[in-house]
Ligand binder design. Sequence first.
Ligand SMILES: CC/C=C\C/C=C\C/C=C\C/C=C\CCCCC(=O)SCCNC(=O)CCNC(=O)[C@H](O)C(C)(C)COP(=O)(O)OP(=O)(O)OC[C@H]1O[C@@H](n2cnc3c(N)ncnc32)[C@H](O)[C@@H]1OP(=O)(O)O
Ligand SMILES: Cc1cc2nc3c(=O)[nH]c(=O)nc-3n(C[C@H](O)[C@H](O)[C@H](O)COP(=O)(O)OP(=O)(O)OC[C@H]3O[C@@H](n4cnc5c(N)ncnc54)[C@H](O)[C@@H]3O)c2cc1C
Length: 613
Amino acid sequence: MGKSVNPDLAKARSQATFDPANLTNYLYGGPEKLRRKRYLPAFVFKELCTEMSLTDLCLIFLGLLTHVSDYLGLTLSIENMAAKEYKEEGFKSTDDMSREEAYEESMRRAVYTNKRVLQLNLQDQEEQYYFREIFVPGANPFALHYVMFKDAINTQGTEDQIQKWLPLAETYAVTGTYAQTELGHGTFLRGLETTAEYDVQREEFILNTPTITSSKFWPGALGKTANVAILNAKLITKGRNCGMQSFWVPLRHLETHQPLPGITVGDIGPKFGYHTSDNGFLQLNRVRIPRENMLMRYSKVLQDGTFVPPENDRLVYVPMTQFRFVVIGRSGWTLAKAVTVATRYSAVRRQSEITPGGGEVQILDFQTQQHKLFTQIASAYAMIIAAKAAKDLYDSAFSKMEKGNLEDLPMLHALTSSMKAFNTWEMATGVEQCRMACGGHGYLLASGIPQMYTDMVSACTYEGENTVMCLQAARFLNKCQEAANKGERLPQLTRFLQTSRLNISSSLDQDVDLNDIIAAYEFRAATVISEANARLNAGLAMGKSQSEAWNYASQLLVKAALAFSHWFTVRALIENMRGAGFDNSTETLLLQLAKLYALDGMLRYSGDFRKVG
Ligand SMILES: CC/C=C\C/C=C\C/C=C\C/C=C\CCCCC(=O)SCCNC(=O)CCNC(=O)[C@H](O)C(C)(C)COP(=O)(O)OP(=O)(O)OC[C@H]1O[C@@H](n2cnc3c(N)ncnc32)[C@H](O)[C@@H]1OP(=O)(O)O
Ligand SMILES: Cc1cc2nc3c(=O)[nH]c(=O)nc-3n(C[C@H](O)[C@H](O)[C@H](O)COP(=O)(O)OP(=O)(O)OC[C@H]3O[C@@H](n4cnc5c(N)ncnc54)[C@H](O)[C@@H]3O)c2cc1C
């Protein structure tokens, strides 16, 4: 039964000057990935939400046969209990539920999708994500399990530990979380107080949260869901503090789900958003775990308590760097969803007249409405495409790191830190703009936009608070500027600090040249980074210590990191749009969108651009 489409929406779509399929295929990585993305939820949705006859199922199955190469491992369990159970209960919106009920509904859906992902043998991370997102649109109680818990095992565990623990996580024999933040410290990791003291007699670690501020506080799934944590604590062995290490810590009994001896866990209470995620607290009262439970890929504790340090003590931070990449990518997609809702609404909402007596117009006809939305459409594309470009850099650096070559680690940390801050701030601003563009109806939970905001704006805080992340990136950028000042060789990514010149050929009455746009953003970044470096050195010249001078220059240092990210984004957008092999009409449109993004950015940061001429 075809859905009837609103005539205004249908008219707007019919006026497209390009084939949307070209863009959709590009965004999702090609027709193959797109088909799979669309097929899986549709298949299971149909399984769930309509009374299905055996005929239906056979038709679906026949439909599947045309993709037999894809779904060979598919087991169509017609009698699947989960589907039956779900069909009877169906979907219930969590908007009107209490926090407890909403958590339970999300847990019910998440458990269902976990089962189906295993039964459908979905190996691809993206496919798993698409699948889950359909059924658990809000915060998924298993979010930490899917991402940071498994990533920590994969990146910090030895091969033996991966062999032992990863299958437990993949089959949900255990449900994990990543417990690092404490009540007293989230940003300053060197201030974490939880201890893991090595008992050489029994070859065990004694885990302890000695103060109220050392209580683990915030980790997702800690409140109810998780029964194991990858927990970060200060390792103490032979009387020496060996810094933060990661440990596999059982929290709850695998059968009864009751807290284990010495463990006090609970939920931290209502939050601004993420209502269906049970962020919790954890106190450890001298809990013992075997020596083998320390994740020892990079650092080790030998039986006699000898600490073998890692080649680079920042490798323990890799799970955070990895997840920052997830956040960078998902920020663009979150904004894409919000601006899709707002744009469709603006095509069907008729309000007010442009020409007196001419009748109420689609609000999309107001130039102010177009400015609100088209700039956000451009921003969503920019963030999604820049995230792909950053991921390519990450993948090449990570493959070198896995072979022991850590030379790109500083660049990787700087890129993930600055892009995570830039993208999440841009996403937060953009989603809120989309909400307001829908007037009163944007304020309804039914619009979907408020929850997108209240859930996803937390990404400006978690995984590294944005200001702190900018300052982390600025460490790297400032070092590069110092090297540039001395004429030394720079990493590829920051060579523009030495080469950027402002030789713009465009004049105001011409259509702006795209290369000039990249050059303008590059020059702006180089100038702001150089200014931050100059302020830091001015602080030193005033007799301030290095750390006082750093604090003295920190506002400019944050700006430097954001200007760097903005340049990286504009360059990635233009270069990828030019090189993507689109047909002329699509490429023309996308380059127009890239110009809109870049010129809007110049207007928003006109102070920087005016200052650099
Ligand atoms: C839009 C929606 C997006 C996503 C949503 C999608 C799906 C949802 C799914 C899940 C979401 C649900 C819940 C979210 C989960 C969130 C989980 C967490 O929040 S886990 C906790 C995160 N915590 C942090 O990030 C802590 C941040 N703090 C730090 O990392 C460190 O304290 C510091 C700020 C980096 C400072 O560290 P330190 O004091 O030790 O170091 P220095 O600043 O002195 O620097 C020393 C030296 O180390 C280098 N360095 C630091 N960190 C790293 C790193 N990660 N990698 C590499 N190198 C690093 C630093 O550059 C310095 O080097 P130098 O300059 O000296 O050469
Ligand atoms: C929804 C959500 C889910 C989370 N999930 C998890 C999880 O699963 N596991 C986990 O371990 N943690 C989790 N966290 C915790 C999160 O990682 C921390 O909140 C985050 O790292 C920020 O630390 P903080 O809360 O201590 O903020 P603070 O660092 O105290 O920030 C407060 C202010 O201090 C400023 N500030 C701090 N340090 C500096 C500095 N050096 N220079 C300048 N300004 C500074 C910040 O910019 C900010 O303005 C979650 C948090 C949220 C909101």
